[in-house]
Write a protein that binds this ligand. Sequence first.
Ligand SMILES: C[S@@+](CC[C@H](N)C(=O)[O-])C[C@H]1O[C@@H](n2cnc3c(N)ncnc32)[C@H](O)[C@@H]1O
Length: 449
Amino acid sequence: MSSFEFFAPCPRGLEAALAAELRDLGAHAAITVGADVPGGVHFSGEWSAAMAANLHSRIASRVLLKIAARPYRNEHDIFAFALEQPWERWFTANQTLRIDVTAIKSPLRSLEFTTLKVKDAVCDRLRDKTGARPNIDTAEPDVRIFVFVTATDCTLYLDTSGEPLFKRGWRLDKGAAPLRENLAAGILRLTGWTPDTPLYDPMCGSGTFLAEAVQQALGVAPGVQRRFGFEKLKSYDITAWQTLKVAAMDKARAARGANVRDLPIFGSDISGDMLEKARANLARAGVPTLSLKQLDARNMIAPSAAPGILVANPPYGERIEVRGRGPRGEARPTARSERGVRGERGGYGGNARGDDDDAPRGFERAHADELGAEFFLAFGSALKQHFAGWRAFMLTSDRGLPGQLRLRESTKTPLYNGALECRLFRFDVVAGPVRRRDGDAQDGAAADH
Ligand SMILES: C[S@@+](CC[C@H](N)C(=O)[O-])C[C@H]1O[C@@H](n2cnc3c(N)ncnc32)[C@H](O)[C@@H]1O
């Protein structure tokens, strides 16, 4: 049996979590985990290691087979390098192709031109060996080649995943700002959560943390509902794959009948629409629908007697606003109502030039900021009062969150939500008096800020 080298990319900040997860996959296939580098983890093993990682990794974004690596100086070197590779071993000229080039600090002048050169090299190679050239299909290719270029070296990878692995196949209903499934799964791993510990997401939106947690608790493989790129490669060993897949399907079938009362996993959100999406997503993820509550997070109380882990990515920035009633009982703007309110203000706040838009929008933003600040203060209070003994993890791009909550974080871990740089703040909520900024103590429970 041959051994191959693989690279599994993942959201930045989750490399160590992914390396630990890949080590745990030893139950499904022999995997030797190598170095984790910014953006992913190297590992090696037989072909079954790639199949198992695709099926079972909750954190990897893809699994790439390393074809070859070599120093280069320019696009022509990369063309010659790609032309030498025995692509005919992996796929045929009847299959469609997509090439992606990623470069870090490279001297290449145009990535588009480099992509074209690699495409030409692969197509020329196939034509020379088989008499036919493959077609390009950037939307739904049969085969994807990834080229990774640094200042000095070029590495060619063949993708074994197809669609990225965070596409589990269960999400149809997205919220306004859903988390990627593999980022949610990685965060769960960073929290140290285990299925016997209570887990609560008080702003669960479309239910990404919940679906990932329930699937993990019930041992449902994240990839059980989807197809993979390796199924289209010549090396596809259908018998070995069926063995892995049938075992995963048996587990998934058993999960459908699991008793939801045995799962200490809880979710709530202020939006009934979002809860509907979460329920639909949980149903499609093939797990029992949890009992989800419609609740303003400022009014939350601990959902279990035993302390556990609270996890959330609260609303932030332009993409999604805090909702609920303001301190004086006024409704907070939502994406839809905000437009209506803006229209009304334009009616009396406009000027003769008709350029009345900026002032009301600035006013709206200030108003939303004020409501947001009030929300986080009240949310922090609810944490202190009702969650003593819990550990709370919050993912946000707002570095001022601990100040807004009046809580001091125990740790903060940089993580990327797509291109957005975020922090995962951890707060250990301890019983004790809350010290106000003016120095007076008041009753409650808190890690003081
Ligand atoms: C960034 S989204 C969370 C996305 C979620 N993790 C997912 O994967 O879909 C923030 C969520 O906070 C909810 N939210 C806004 N204000 C709230 C409030 N006052 N109480 C509870 N939830 C609120 C929104 O409805 C939204 O679903």
